[in-house]
Design a protein around this ligand. Structure first.
Ligand code: MG
Length: 286
C-alpha cells in the first residue's frame, strides 16, 4: 500500500493512494510511526473508507513530519556521483583520487529539517550561497534491531519514499563534518508517500530530478555502490534501529556542483523529484 499524510479540516490523516486518488484509512491513525509500530497487528483490518479524493486536491504533509530522531544518510554512494563530488572541490578532507571509499560515509540530518511536498525550502541566503539538491531513495525501518545481518536486512524495512538531501555546499566543506551543511531548517523534504516494501523493487528503481523542468539527475538504484542490505548491516552494527528510522541511501550524478561552474539553486527555483512507484516530491526554493 501507499500511505500518505494529508490535512483536511485542520486535521492530519493518513490515507492510501491508488491511481492518483486518496481515501482515508480506518482505524483512523494520524501518526505514521504509530502505524508502522503496529502494522503487523493492524494490517488485516486496515481499510480505505469514505470519499475518493484527487491527490492534487489535497494538502499533503511529510509522511513522518517529526521523526523521533535524526535521519541517517549515506554519502557518495553512486559511482558517477562519487566522481563528480570528488572532483568538485567541495569535499572536505578528500584523499586525492579516492572516488570510491572502502566503507560508506554515514551522517545524519536533524529531525527538525523535515518538510513535505509543496512546502517551501528556505535558501538561507544569510548563511549560504550554495544550496544544492540530492534525490535519494530512503528506506523506512519497520522492525527494529541491532547487528542486523545483510541476509535479514529486508525483513526490517517497512517501506520506501523519496528524500531530497538538500545541502549547503560551502558549509559542508568548511566544517569538515557534513552535518552543518545538511542540517538547515527545511533541508529535508520527503514524500509524498511511503510505499510499503511489497510494492516496489528497491534494487531497480528509476530516479529523476528536474530543476524548473530541466532534467538534472537520471539514474537507477541498481547503480548503488553499497547496496541496501550492506547499509542496514553497517548502520545497525552496535546501534539499535527503531521503527520509523529513515535511511537515505545517497544521490546519483547530476547535482549542482557537478556542473562547471556549479549551478546552485536560486530563489523561485522549483525542484521536482520522482522515483518509480514513489510519486513526485516537488518544492520551491525561496
Ligand atoms: Mg545525500
Amino acid at each position: 500500500m501507499k500511505f500518505i499524510r494529508y490535512a483536511k479540516n485542520g486535521e492530519s490523516r493518513i490515507g492510501v493512494v491508488e491511481d492518483q486518488m486518496v481515501r482515508a484509512i480506518e482505524p483512523a491513525i494520524s501518526d505514521m510511526v504509530e502505524l508502522i509500530e503496529n502494522y503487523d497487528r493492524l494490517r488485516g483490518e486496515i481499510r480505505a473508507v469514505g470519499e475518493s479524493m484527487p491527490l492534487d486536491s489535497l494538502t499533503i504533509e511529510a509522511p513522518i513530519p517529526a521523526p523521533r530522531r535524526n535521519i541517517f544518510c549515506v554519502g557518495k554512494n553512486y559511482h558517477a556521483h562519487a566522481k563528480e563530488f570528488s572532483q568538485s572541490g567541495f569535499e572536505a578532507g578528500a584523499v586525492a583520487g579516492a572516488e570510491v571509499d572502502d566503507f560508506p560515509a554515514v551522517f545524519t540530518k536533524p529531525a527538525s529539517c523535515v518538510v513535505g511536498t509543496g512546502d517551501v525550502v528556505q535558501l538561507h541566503g544569510d548563511v549560504t550561497q550554495s544550496v544544492d539538491y540530492e534525490i535519494e531513495l530512503a528506506l523506512v525501518i519497520g522492525k527494529g534491531g541491532r547487528n542486523i545481518p545483510k541476509a535479514r536486512a529486508y525483513d526490517h524495512i517497512w517501506g520506501y519514499m523519496i528524500v531530497n538531501d538538500v545541502t549547503a555546499r560551502d558549509r559542508q566543506k568548511q566544517h569538515k563534518q557534513w552535518f552543518l551543511g545538511k542540517a538547515l531548517d527545511t533541508f529535508c523534504p520527503m514524500g509524498p508517500w511511503i510505499a510499503t516494501a511489497d510494492e516496489v523493487d528497491p534494487e531497480n528503481l528509476d530516479l529523476e530530478t528536474r530543476v524548473n523542468g530541466e532534467v538534472r539527475q537520471q539514474a537507477n538504484t541498481s547503480d548503488l555502490i553499497f547496496d541496501i542490505p550492506s547499509l542496514v548491516e553497517t548502520i545497525s552494527a552496535g546501534l539499535t534501529l527503531v521503527p520509523g528510522d529513515i535511511i537515505a541511501t545517497g544521490t546519483p550524478v547530476g547535482v549542482g556542483i557537478g556542473f562547471k561552474p556549479p549551478r546552485f539553486l536560486k530563489p523561485g527555483d522549483t525542484v521536482r523529484m520522482s522515483i518509480t512507484g514513489l510519486g513526485a516530491l516537488e518544492n520551491s526554493f525561496q
